[in-house]
Ligand binder design. Structure first.
Ligand SMILES: [Zn+2]
Length: 393
């Protein structure tokens, strides 16, 4: 707690006596109801523009947010709510009025190596050595479609991971990227590389077996996916956590993959929205719909290409279009990286670039093996992002 307050003070150079509360965003809470519940003016919400209202609809139930209160009166002074991994909504006071500004999340970037002799199973050994469940999950994901049977490993087979993670207010934050995983078993080194937002084997063959199709027949892409950017004219930070496909009202919207409907209803700035869970860790979102397919309900199994709704203009939308979002473990990723018809095998210049990139990583793995660096342990590990299957919401 002390550490948190110091971090906050450093970040915001806040001077008055205040204390910090860390809370969990309740299920069903919207940004607007949050303002009402905290006696904050709803004008904060109504003055948001279209993109900001979409971002406000990105707040995930179960996410940790911080409230700074006055030590004497307990009155709310500031609020920080993360949206995705790069931006946060910051409610604060300016000229005695509450305002909201979207700001970058201040994080420290870390790079680590983990070297283990297998004792139980890779998953259990990673958790025991690092107390980092997120790392173990990401590892399991990286090897899922690799063809290496992790159950056949022998005691003292070797595992090396080179990974990157972020830290916010002293705690692990956001998703983990494992640049390379290596398992040595039966005198053979098996490598998995993270490259261009997907996993590849050492030969440049893409591994992840998750393919999506375009959810709508569109006339044009009216807004691409963008992570945090500074808008020089508006003088604001912006992000667009999906792809907008322009299409006329009533155009059928199809599920981008096989899955199970997770949400049907209104979702803040996204208006009428459908969410579909796919394959354990992926979720798609379809926003601004005019209507839903007849009888569509939460829990229903849907097939790729099945019509689930119709293009509309609901929520805060400038013209009829489909907002299509894609999330991996609840983190927005660019749908363009996954919407394709086949797994890719790199060739030509792409393959040469890949092999050069992976050669450097293999050298780092060899160095880590030689040095046998001790594992980095996480204190008080908590999921930075709530997972559907593990959350208690
Ligand atoms: Zn959009």
């Amino acid at each position: 707690m002390t550490k948190l307050i110091i971090a906050w003070l450093l970040l915001l150079s806040f001077s008055a006596a205040a204390y910090l509360e860390e809370l969990k965003w309740p299920k069903g809470e919207t940004f607007l109801t949050f303002l009402e519940h905290n006696q904050l003016p709803s004008s904060i919400y109504y003055s948001l523009d279209k993109e900001e209202q979409e971002l406000a609809a990105e707040i995930i139930a179960g996410i940790k947010y911080q409230v700074l209160r006055n030590s004497d009166t307990s009155a709310l002074e500031q609020v920080l709510i993360p949206i995705g991994e790069e931006l946060q909504m910051h409610i604060k006071q300016k000229n005695d009025q509450f305002i909201m500004e979207i700001e970058p999340i201040a994080v420290q970037l870390e790079e680590h190596a983990l070297v283990l002799d297998i004792q139980n199973s890779p998953f259990v050994d990673i958790v025991n050595a690092t107390k980092n469940n997120l790392l173990a999950n990401e590892f399991a994901q990286s090897f899922r479609d690799s063809g290496v049977n992790l159950r056949n490993l022998k005691k003292d087979d070797q595992l090396v991971l080179l990974y990157r993670q972020k830290r916010r207010l002293g705690k692990q934050f956001g998703s983990i990227k494992i640049d390379v995983s290596m398992i040595e078993t039966k005198n053979k080194q098996n490598y998995i590389f993270y490259y261009k937002e997907s996993y590849y084997d050492a030969k440049g063959q893409e591994l992840e077996n998750f393919l999506l199709s375009t959810p709508v027949n569109y006339t044009r892409i009216s807004s691409p996916f963008t992570l945090m950017r500074w808008h020089p004219i508006l003088q604001k930070y912006r992000a667009h956590l999906g792809i907008d496909y322009a299409a006329s009202v009533g155009t059928p919207v199809k599920s981008a993959g096989n899955g199970r409907v997770n949400f049907v209803g209104e979702k803040g700035g996204y208006g009428n929205t459908i969410e579909v869970n796919h394959d354990g860790s992926y979720k798609t979102l379809y926003g601004h719909l005019n209507g839903f397919a007849k009888g569509l309900r939460s829990g229903q199994v849907v097939k790729q290409g099945q019509v689930i709704g119709y293009v509309g203009n609901t929520g805060l939308s400038s013209g009829p279009h489909l907002h299509f979002g894609l999330y991996r473990n609840n983190v927005a990723i660019n749908p363009a990286s996954v919407v394709k018809i086949a797994k890719s095998a790199l060739s030509g210049n792409d393959l040469r670039g890949f092999l050069e990139y992976t050669k450097a990583l293999k050298n780092k793995v060899e160095t880590a093996l030689k040095e046998h660096v001790p594992p980095v342990q996480e204190e008080n590990f908590e999921y930075a992002y709530p997972f559907d299957k593990k959350s208690d919401m």
